[in-house]
Design a binder for this molecule. Structure first.
Ligand SMILES: CC(C)(COP(=O)(O)OP(=O)(O)OC[C@H]1O[C@@H](n2cnc3c(N)ncnc32)[C@H](O)[C@@H]1OP(=O)(O)O)[C@@H](O)C(=O)NCCC(=O)NCCS
Length: 302
């Protein structure tokens, strides 16, 4: 059965279309959060499916460029796909996918990409596995540097305003070398990377930004948080790496001081060892600037 699908026309329709995915992940998004979605996706890229005049599902797409081997192409960044539980298994998703892919084609986007929560759904629509990533959970006491390293730069903590200016050029340079990474517009940087509302901290502290400089130029950065904790008479805190790119940034969070019983956490990390990994000094080797080279790709779920 085919359902009518079109772009939403106002914030109320956007909200109704978004309700499909909200039924999956649970929790009601705040008005502020919904507005951020509207600003970033735009109304025209949020498709809604209708049954008897009422919205029963939605599918959105970010507009960005994605790096592929040998190029950088306009891409539909598929997101917030959901069908109301009252209308599943009747072809609503299929109707949404058809309309969304037609729209991407009309816009001249050769690629549609997504991060699937359930990978079994999308193969029938032409999607397939394109890359892997992993999570890391590293107890400080079991870490050590993999290879000797001579630091070749300096690090400096910066505030949100400086981060908003300093990080995007580094990100843009690096992402063009890395298939699967995608461009971020100014709004994305402001809302997702720099803004740091309490409800997105998951019990951890504020975001910290550190830049790596070499010869007076910023060539890498790291973004991280601390989640304080205390147990058995000492710290059992976590250091959460959000993103570490370029320069010696893979080692930045660790080199800035992870107490001896802390744990380093990060998701959306590369499996390619050549890409590096966040590193912390081994016990007894807590030199503040002994960091290995490394970089981590983006984590878009924050
Ligand atoms: C997954 C979901 C979007 C499917 O919507 P739907 O309208 O029921 O799907 P359709 O009826 O259009 O089915 C389209 C095809 O997908 C298949 N399909 C539907 N749900 C599926 C699931 N959970 N897993 C695997 N395949 C599924 C159908 O069998 C059908 O296959 P076919 O046409 O090749 O026979 C819907 O169940 C939903 O909103 N789930 C919760 C949110 C969610 O999972 N979103 C995706 C996150 S990545």
């Amino acid at each position: 059965m085919a359902f009518d699908v079109r772009s939403v026309r106002d914030a109320d329709e956007f909200k109704a279309a978004f309700f499909g995915i909200a039924q999956y992940f649970g929790g009601a998004p705040t008005e502020e959060r919904l507005q951020r979605w509207i600003d970033q996706l735009t109304l025209e890229r949020m498709h809604a499916a209708f049954s008897d005049g009422a919205i029963v599902g939605g599918a959105g797409a970010f507009t960005f460029n994605m790096t592929v081997p040998g190029g950088d192409v306009p891409t539909a960044g598929v997101t917030v796909v959901g069908v109301y539980p009252t209308h599943r298994r009747r072809g609503v998703l299929r109707s949404l996918m058809r309309a969304q892919l037609d729209d991407a084609q009309e816009r001249g986007e050769p690629i549609a990409a997504l991060w699937a929560s359930e990978e079994t759904i999308y193969g029938r629509f032409g999607y397939g596995l394109a890359s892997w990533c992993g999570e890391i959970s590293l107890a400080h006491e079991y870490t050590s540097f993999a290879q000797p390293f001579e630091p070749a730069g300096t690090m400096r903590l910066v505030g949100p305003d400086e981060a908003l200016d300093a990080l995007p050029p580094v990100f843009e340079r690096i992402r063009l070398d890395w298939p699967g990474m995608f461009s971020r517009n100014r709004l994305w940087w402001e809302h997702k990377e720099i803004d740091d509302p309490e409800d997105r901290r998951d019990g951890a502290g504020p975001k910290r930004w550190v830049v790596h400089e070499r010869d007076g130029a910023i060539d890498g950065y790291a973004v991280y948080r601390h989640k304080p904790g205390w147990g058995e008479g000492s710290t059992i805190a976590e250091l959460r790496v959000i993103e570490a790119l370029g320069g010696d940034a893979g080692g930045a969070p660790g080199s800035l001081g992870v107490p001896a019983r802390d744990r380093l956490e990060g998701d959306g990390q590369p499996l390619d060892p050549a890409a590096g990994a966040p590193a912390v000094p081994a016990p007894g080797d807590a030199s503040s600037d002994a960091v290995p080279p490394g970089r981590l790709p983006l984590d878009s779920h924050r």
